[in-house]
Design a protein around this ligand. Sequence first.
Ligand SMILES: Nc1ncnc2c1ncn2[C@@H]1O[C@H](COP(=O)(O)OP(=O)(O)OP(=O)(O)O)[C@@H](O)[C@H]1O
Ligand SMILES: [Mg+2]
Length: 342
Amino acid sequence: MNTLLSVQNASVVFHARKGLLASVDVRALDGVSLVLDKGESLSIVGESGSGKTTLARVVLGLQKPTQGQVTFAGEDIGRASQKSLKDFRRRAQGIFQDPFSSLDPYMTVGQIVEEPLVIHRIGTAAERQDRVAKALEEVRLTPTGEIAAKFTHQLSGGQRQRVAIARALVLAPEMIVADEPVSMVDASSRAEILYLMRELQERHGTAFLYITHDIATAYHFSQRVAVMYLGRIVETGPTRWVVANPLHPYTKALLQAVPEPDPQNRFRKRGALSGDPPSPANPPPGCRFHPRCAYAFEGCDREDPRLREVRAGQHVACRLWKGFDEGARLGAPAEGTRTLLE
Ligand SMILES: Nc1ncnc2c1ncn2[C@@H]1O[C@H](COP(=O)(O)OP(=O)(O)OP(=O)(O)O)[C@@H](O)[C@H]1O
Ligand SMILES: [Mg+2]
């Protein structure tokens, strides 16, 4: 068995207050299923409000799904005993967006990185010091002794995020969930931190769930990608295929929004995304993307397409495509519609 994490049909509904008396249901996550193999990296991409952080919290056991379940190493974490839950908290680590609020300002870097070892009662004091130094070295915070004695306010944003990575690493986890780890870091250290995470992922064989609004970084980071829109996965597959041949109009629009120079013309400018996504409290009928879709056609405002395999390994929730299982090697576009591959 190679599967490390499996999310099955997970939904999260928040009851948000609306005015004094009324409350409104926000379906932040709506029937999401995904699998992460041991040592694999999967990127989750989507705009603000698509449910990425909610998914990260569900996967880390910090948010109970309203429906569905999360299985880690074969065990349902919603039903796990205290002991296996503690085990899970050692084996699965999170790195969050904000390196300013996620680290205790009254602790030294050494104490911050050592804390998980203390909590999990790992090693003697000397052994822990050793592991802390190794973790700091791995994230290239050297000289380690000097850095360990500092407080986080003495570090740059990029250095703080590396402390957060070292803290996650020190337990030698099997899975790291990184929720927009570089979006609050200064632009100059972003690439370096992403490169570092990828190197660590490869060296230690750690499975990674990398969450981002930036599909370009997903391209550089992960083997597989899942694109989210309003709480659902709308396209998933090997990153290289999805980027070269996006089959969902939303994925295509995200790719067109990529600002960086594009010598190989991978990210073509056509039908770019306009406007903000609608609120998950009041999603449009039919396909949730249809009001913003450049390819919408008759029926998209009524029929809600399900995720299905359109090419081997590439799943898409869009009525433009017939299913892989319906006999086509590459799903043929529905009649009378424009093709995304033209
Ligand atoms: N505790 C909560 N109570 C009510 N609504 C919430 C809560 N947490 C999230 N939401 C709503 O759920 C939806 C998904 O939020 P989430 O934070 O998961 O999105 P996201 O993709 O991480 O966005 P961002 O890119 O801005 O971080 C949003 O509409 C958000 O307002
Ligand atoms: Mg978020």
